[in-house]
Design a binder for this molecule. Structure first.
Ligand code: G6P
Length: 360
């Protein structure tokens, strides 16, 4: 069944491997009889009637929300703010006139997010929950729900839910854009199909990725992840994954911020993972790599086909520039998995962490 490990040593590895199927499942689940992407008319109307979306989430779901903002702003032309749930309660921004709240939560049970939902409902606002668990608290208490269709996620470190969240947000943004009369210049069904194949190619590259994990992370005490634009958001997720299961101190940040502090931490052999999937900033991020290498860093460059250069460590297949997080995160998940494995950590049940945090 879905919740058994089968021949897998860990749920995390099984769930990483399920990601191509999750992509295909989402394409299928959000298609209507005419073969077009569709979501409930009520949700479309709520999105398009609002003047601003407020995405509220925690942990990995927050990182997916950062990518979701790109989709709603670039595709749907809708202003978006993304907030950490635990901060929102006492640090509430001045709200727009017609806000729509979008809660992103794998479990649908995170207490910090629920607290915000209760509060904004009291204020009379509408909420959409994007969750993997039908009937969860956040789903029941919101006005609308979009399901992730990722199947049960058991490993504490979230993998397939993250890609499902990003894919479902892309679907919602695209369908809402068409509903609002905006031109959408790509065929998302086709592009997500290309993504599913690219994700498959990455999960099939386990040997190469395990070798990277051994080479870069076997003994290090820290590691850095850098990127620009959406690569920055994926860097945050890559660092979180590594912290969660391998206990290596890791930080993800925007390439341009290096010089404002973090570069002081670079020593001989410090691993720096750099993502290069965004053409307009490729030269800038490669410049950042040169800066850290000049200070002794050991760079692991993960670039996208079409942008690769000699010496890059890993090249991911080419996908639409907005959808690269769905593919670039896969090697980062696997690098964390193998780093934890080789450091004898309990991959599925890391110390001090819970799968869903139902206390504030
Ligand atoms: C916990 C989990 C994380 C998850 C976060 C938010 O900290 O360990 O993997 O990202 O909660 O969970 P949610 O279910 O709301 O997405």
């Amino acid at each position: 069944s879905d919740i058994e490990k089968g021949t897998y040593p860990h749920y995390m590895l099984k769930e990483i491997d399920e990601q191509p199927a999750v992509m295909r499942k989402i394409i299928q689940a959000y298609q209507n009889e005419a073969g077009e992407l569709s979501i409930d008319a009520d949700i479309l109307e709520a999105i398009n009637a609002s003047d601003r979306l407020y995405i509220i989430a925690a942990g990995t779901s927050y990182h997916a929300g950062l990518v979701g903002k790109e989709y709603f702003e670039k595709i749907t032309k809708k202003p978006v703010e993304v907030h950490i749930s635990s901060e929102f309660g006492y640090n509430m921004p001045i709200l727009s006139e017609k806000p729509l709240f979008v809660f992103i939560s794998q479990s649908g049970e995170t207490a910090d997010s629920r607290q915000v939902l209760v509060k904004i409902k009291e204020m009379g606002h509408k909420a959409l929950t994007v969750t993997n668990v039908q009937g969860s608290t956040l789903s029941r208490e919101a006005d609308f729900t979009l399901l992730l269709h990722a199947g049960p996620e058991i490993a504490v470190a979230s993998t397939k839910a993250y890609v499902a969240q990003i894919a479902v947000l892309a679907v919602a943004a695209t369908v809402a854009a068409k509903h609002a009369g905006h031109d959408v210049e790509f065929d998302l069904i086709k592009e997500l199909g290309i993504v599913a194949n690219a994700v498959q190619a990455m999960v099939d590259s386990k040997e190469a990725i395990e070798a990277i994990a051994k080479d870069f992370l076997a003994t290090t005490r820290n590691a850095f992840f850098i990127g620009r634009n959406v690569d920055f958001f994926v860097s945050l997720e890559g660092a979180l994954k590594l912290k969660e299961i391998s206990y290596i101190q890791a930080e993800g940040f925007a390439g341009g911020e290096l010089k404002h502090g973090t570069i002081a931490l670079i020593e001989d052999g410090t691993p720096v993972f750099a993502l290069v999937t965004q053409k307009p900033v490729a030269l800038n991020i490669r410049g950042n790599v040169k800066e850290v290498v000049a200070r002794g860093a050991k760079p692991c460059i993960i670039s996208m086909e079409g942008m690769e250069e000699d010496g890059d460590t890993l090249v991911i297949p080419n996908v639409h520039s907005l959808l690269t997080p769905l593919v670039s995160v896969i090697p980062l998940q696997l690098i964390s998995y193998y780093a934890a494995l080789h450091r004898d950590c309990d991959v599925d049940k890391p110390r001090n962490l819970a799968k869903s945090v139902t206390v504030e």
